[in-house]
Design a protein around this ligand. Structure first.
Ligand code: NAD
Length: 505
């Protein structure tokens, strides 16, 4: 809930409590505006290129020391980071709300996600194991070992200003890597706060090498410095597909690893047997939550002819009544758009949708505090999956289309150039299994009876096609942060060659 302080004063007080020095967020070249009111809440300093170079060299030196620290001991640092995040959860969650405009519940949820990935990584620090593999040669053993990789660069987007860093950093740190982070230029304050919490954890840990985890504030040029630097062996980049197209060839040219988490255009299919109460709630959260500014936001809804006329009026009712406003208020479900460019993109898409035969409900601006940009989410009935439906507009627009045949609906789901997340709502086990099968959804995430957004950290997160192919967080995602060595050990006294090759000298 809002305090009596003005927004800039509230932010300064939060940053102070989180351990960020005033000099870091005052007097700098880059103004940071809160989307809640449009007020400037900080003036941060961009890193210049010599600063970037020094941070990357320092990270490389830290890596060379950190790789020899036993992994469970590395896990202790991440455990301490998790403790700092638990203590700071309320303040950091509110700061996420002030800087990114998410509701307070979502701001707190984002910090909880950071805590969860820390817990996960601590357990992982004792489980970085490889296989022992059958060998064709007598008195030999073949195994694989996993070793720290190097410096991991992280570039993140505005809409998950802190969680994305933690998905990468918690795993990278237990894997023995150093981390250099370039947060979104729209959300540097939360990044400074996270760095302060990391520094506190490192101080308690005692002997973490200097430069093990660093934040570099700045715009695209700072991101480009990370992409180009030969110390960065893995670059994890989260953002638009356009950004991925720019960074991927540069990484490929120097044979660095790329972990790309790019745009999504996520769909759900509502089948004749769907539980419509559950579908309504699942679709409403996925389409309108975070004001449509999640990579996994539901953007395309395919509804079977037999339930279309029942579901649509209920969905329209939810769109008409959803509470929009200051995201610090407990009853608000939809906060502001991030900036004016986002509003312009939304207006452009709604115009294109009308031109392509769509009927738009909502999408109009509503009053909010100060100069904040608040819109009613738009529900657009489309006669077909036209060009505008196939492009990702990072705003609360849900395109709704009818279908009559599941095969066609699955085809429409897969026709999008992006491949992040997808869902089916059905009580028919055949339809559910079909959707999750090799001939079903082609996305990295395929859900049944929940919406496409709101993933947990235990599963691997990411998507196919223009979403970039990367996987982060759970399952075996940790392998991207390590290098694999296959070791063949001969404990006999002869030297048999593989495949029966003879070379007797
Ligand atoms: P954006 O692409 O504008 O910026 C993302 C980050 O990339 C920023 O830090 C930016 O400074 C940096 N950047 C941009 N161009 C760069 C370049 N050429 N070289 C190096 N760095 C560069 O994205 P945004 O508006 O902040 O976020 C919204 C987009 O991110 C949406 O498309 C959304 O779907 C996507 N996203 C994807 C995921 C995912 O996990 N797949 C998660 C969150 C957001």
């Amino acid at each position: 809930m809002s305090t009596d302080l003005t927004l800039p004063a509230e932010t300064a007080s939060l940053l102070g409590r989180l351990g960020v020095r005033a000099a870091a967020f005052a007097g700098g070249n880059r103004a940071v505006a809160s989307p809640i009111t449009g007020e400037v809440i900080g003036q941060v300093h961009d890193a210049d290129l010599p600063t970037c170079d020094a941070a990357l060299a320092s990270a490389q030196a830290a890596f060379l020391a950190w790789r020899s620290v036993p992994a469970p001991r590395r896990g202790e640092l991440v455990r301490l980071l998790g403790e700092e995040l638990r203590t700071a959860k309320t303040d950091l969650g509110l700061l996420v709300t002030l800087e990114a405009g998410k509701t307070l519940s979502e701001g707190l949820g984002e910090v909880q996600e950071m805590i969860d990935i820390c817990d996960y990584a601590v357990g992982l620090s004792r489980q970085l194991f490889g296989l022992t593999i059958a060998t064709e040669r007598p008195d030999h053993r073949m195994m694989e070992t996993w070793h720290p990789l190097g410096v991991v660069g992280v570039i993140s987007a505005f809409n998950f200003p802190v969680a994305v860093w933690s998905w990468n950093a918690a795993l990278a740190l237990v894997c023995g890597d150093a981390v250099v982070w370039k947060p979104s230029e729209k959300t540097p304050l939360t990044a400074l706060a996270v760095q302060a919490l990391f520094d506190r954890a490192a101080a308690r840990f005692g002997d973490a090498p200097a430069g093990l985890s660093t934040v570099l504030i700045g715009g695209r040029d700072v991101g480009e410095a990370l992409v180009a630097d030969p110390h960065v062996r893995l670059l994890s980049a989260t953002g638009s597909t356009a950004m991925g197209r720019a960074v991927a060839p540069i990484l490929a040219a120097r044979f660095a690893r790329a972990l790309l988490e790019l745009g999504g255009n996520n769909a759900a299919i509502v089948c004749p047997s769907a539980d419509l109460d559950l579908t309504l709630r699942g679709a409403a959260f996925a389409a309108m939550g975070t004001a449509g500014q999640r990579c996994t936001t539901l953007r395309r809804l395919f509804v079977h002819d037999s339930v279309y006329d029942t579901l649509l009026p209920r969905l329209k009712g939810a769109y008409a009544s959803v509470q929009i406003g200051d995201p610090r208020h407990a009853d608000t479900l939809i906060g502001p758009l991030i900036d004016a460019a986002s509003l312009a993109a939304m207006e452009r898409a709604l115009k294109d949708a009308r031109d392509q035969g769509g009927t738009v409900v909502g999408g109009d601006r509503v009053a909010g505090p100060g100069q904040g940009i608040y819109v009613r989410p738009a529900l657009v009935e489309m006669p077909a999956q036209t060009a505008v439906v196939l492009r990702e507009t990072f705003a609360p627009i849900l395109y709704v289309m009818r279908y009559s045949d599941l095969d066609i609906a699955i085809g429409l789901n897969n026709d999008a150039p992006q491949g992040l997340s997808s869902s089916i709502f059905t009580n028919d086990v055949r339809e559910a299994e079909r959707f999750c099968s090799a001939t079903g959804s082609d996305c990295g995430i395929a859900n049944v009876n929940i919406g496409p957004s709101g993933a947990e950290i235990g599963g691997a997160f990411g998507g196919e096609k223009e979403t970039g192919g990367g996987r982060e967080a759970g399952s075996d995602s940790w392998r991207a942060y390590m290098r694999r060595a296959t070791n063949t050990v001969n404990y006999g006294s002869t030297l048999p060659l593989a495949q029966g090759v003879k070379f007797d000298i």
